[in-house]
Design a protein around this ligand. Structure first.
Ligand code: APR
Length: 228
């Protein structure tokens, strides 16, 4: 039995909750330019455009419900006799809505960040250019999202978990974005067994020993049943 399981989730786990992924057909990056809405440079150039993008995603996320995959992972975390750590690239709050504890390495739609003083606060549903910071008063509020070219959050904590895990699982991620796409190698280096769950092969499928192909809402609960 694995003493410690580390699970990485990506946009695919929230797809069946109605939240679009990034790189699938008709995904977010087919509709929006990464440079415009997911870089610090894009925010400096046109903050209103960036706020519109995240306001749209915040409104969608507010309507979404956790699906059977989110619920199954929360159950695993509650009932498994060993340690279960969930790291997500997602910025929605569906893991929390399923009552799971999760590490948001790419930030969260529900959080706002002051670009002037670093203060964080609960993001209003609609943010606007010059959003005032409740701590320093500067009109420098931005979505608390890790953009391309920025360092993901909690990396030291995550790397400690990877070094100590016995089983690493990746669910609904394309394996195209680092450092998350490299976690499987770090886990293998630490001697962990590895499993990937996805609708189809990803860019890092070669690095995993086991694969479960199918929609997350089907394969994740089945996998959790085998562990409990
Ligand atoms: N069940 C399981 N997997 C699914 C499902 C589903 N219902 N629907 C889609 N997938 C898979 C796709 O096959 C794909 O491999 O989810 C993956 C989604 O990939 P991406 O859209 O690239 O999302 P993700 O890997 O989370 O992106 C990583 O990139 O854009 C940045 O910061 C953003 O966190 C994001 C990061």
């Amino acid at each position: 039995m694995a003493e410690k399981i580390v699970i990485l989730t990506g946009a695919g786990i929230s797809a069946e909750s109605g939240l679009g992924t990034f790189r699938d057909e008709g995904g977010l990056w087919a509709q929006h330019r990464i440079e415009d809405v997911a870089t610090p440079e894009g925010f400096a150039k046109d903050p209103a455009l960036v706020h519109r993008f995240y306001n749209m995603r915040r409104a969608e996320a507010a309507k979404a419900q956790p699906n059977a995959a989110h619920l199954a992972l929360a159950r695993l975390q509650r009932e498994y006799s060993g340690e279960v750590v969930i790291v997500t690239q997602n910025v929605d709050a569906l893991h929390e809505a399923a009552r799971a504890e999760v590490i948001h390495m790419h930030g969260a739609l529900a959080s706002a960040l002051c670009a002037a003083c670093g203060h964080r606060w609960a993001a209003p549903l609609v943010m606007a250019t010059g959003e005032p910071c409740p701590a320093c008063g500067a009109g420098a509020g931005r979505p608390d999202i890790v953009w391309f070219g920025e360092m993901p959050y909690f990396m030291e904590q995550i790397e400690d978990h990877l070094l100590g895990c016995d089983l690493f699982a990746a669910i609904g991620t394309s394996g195209q974005v680092y450092p998350a796409a490299g976690f499987v190698q770090q886990a293998r280096y630490a001697g962990a067994r590895t499993i990937e769950m996805n609708l189809r092969d990803s860019d890092s499928s070669y690095a995993f020993e086991d694969h479960l192909i199918g929609p997350a809402s089907k394969v994740v609960p089945r996998w959790v049943d085998t562990l409990l």
